[in-house]
Write a protein that binds this ligand. Structure first.
Ligand SMILES: NC(=O)C1=CN([C@@H]2O[C@H](COP(=O)(O)OP(=O)(O)OC[C@H]3O[C@@H](n4cnc5c(N)ncnc54)[C@H](OP(=O)(O)O)[C@@H]3O)[C@@H](O)[C@H]2O)C=CC1
Ligand SMILES: O=C(O)C1=N[C@H](C(=O)O)C[C@H](O)C1
Length: 268
């Protein structure tokens, strides 16, 4: 039995994860957290998730939620990351992190913690997007900068970061395929007299509206043709299933930072 703590239990992803844990063989909910001051504090995590009581109260103490957990899954917001990392390090609890918008500082903090803790970080836990990253790397390596790359993403109206973590990761795949640095090529906004498109630029466009779960298209536009590689998530369960798969896998790994390609065994 793998005992899992969910950090961000009151959120859209947290509640989806708890429902799946409630239904899964071999997984049990060991702890659950919400933001300090949250209305969810003290409620049964299963009741909150809509799958019936599981006997685990939502806590605002990450430390107490990790006591008795084999692994924790963090889908909170960037402000929650430092405290979650600190508590996981103190408890020696492996951590699967899905929070996006964490910036360079958050990435460095994850790298530092991964020196002594097994951590999986992925901006998108779906198998489809993990494969898409590989396809995009291959396409970008095969087609030179005569093909202009634009990455378009669409998400629900509640999303707080833009472009999405997945769009940034796909931009990183393009950069790796082309042997360039994403920071040198990224264009995140266009308005007014922009001038012509710079050769080799990697453009990003973010759409927000309604209940769109998450859609990403990488367009490679050349003269007379264009390729579009698209992933559409129809349900948050696709991310949650991937994160649970990562959690099971992580309990058997040594300290280090891993991604979803490691979990799925896609690295050569
Ligand atoms: N990697 C992936 O595959 C995916 C990543 N995501 C990312 O996961 C994150 C969560 O998404 P989603 O579930 O939609 O977001 P929600 O806003 O629905 O949930 C956020 C959760 O984090 C808690 N929280 C907010 N601020 C803090 C804080 N400062 N400290 C501790 N906990 C906090 C909230 O508690 P409260 O309810 O009390 O405010 C809530 O439980 C986002 O960054 C999103 O981009 C989303 C889907 C897939
Ligand atoms: O906030 C979301 O909802 C999602 N966030 C992730 C991201 O920023 O890429 C993954 C997914 O697209 C849903």
């Amino acid at each position: 039995m793998t005992r899992i703590a969910i950090l961000g239990a009151s959120g859209r992803m947290g509640r989806t994860l708890i429902r799946l844990i409630g239904d899964a063989d071999g997984l049990t909910l060991a702890g659950a957290t919400a933001r300090p001051g949250s209305d969810a504090e003290g409620q049964d995590a299963g009741t909150l998730a809509g799958c019936g009581a599981l006997g685990v109260s939502v806590s605002t103490s990450v430390r107490s939620a990790l006591a008795g957990a084999d692994v924790a899954i963090d889908f909170t917001l960037p402000a929650g990351l430092p405290g979650n990392l600190e508590a996981a390090l103190t408890a020696g609890c492996p951590l699967v992190i899905g929070t996006t918008g964490i910036g360079a500082e958050g990435t460095s903090a994850i790298d530092a913690a991964a020196a002594s803790l097994p951590i999986v970080y992925a901006a998108n836990y779906s198998s489809g997007v993990t494969l898409l990253q590989q396809l995009v790397r291959t396409a970008a390596a095969a087609l030179d900068s005569d093909y202009d790359v634009e990455i378009v993403e669409a998400h629900h109206r509640h999303k707080r970061d833009a472009p999405s973590g997945t769009a940034r990761a796909l931009g990183q795949s393009v950069a790796e395929g082309r042997g360039v640095r994403l920071d040198d090529q990224a264009i995140y906004a266009r308005e007014g007299a922009t001038g012509e498109r710079p050769v080799g630029a990697i453009g990003f466009q973010a759409l927000r509206g309604g209940d769109i779960v998450g859609e990403h298209t990488v367009m490679l536009a050349g003269d007379g043709e264009r390729i579009e590689l698209t992933h559409r998530a129809g349900s948050r369960e696709t991310f949650a299933r991937g994160a649970l798969r990562a959690a099971r896998w992580l309990t058997a790994q040594p300290a280090g930072r891993y991604d979803m390609e490691d979990v799925l065994g896609l690295k050569g």
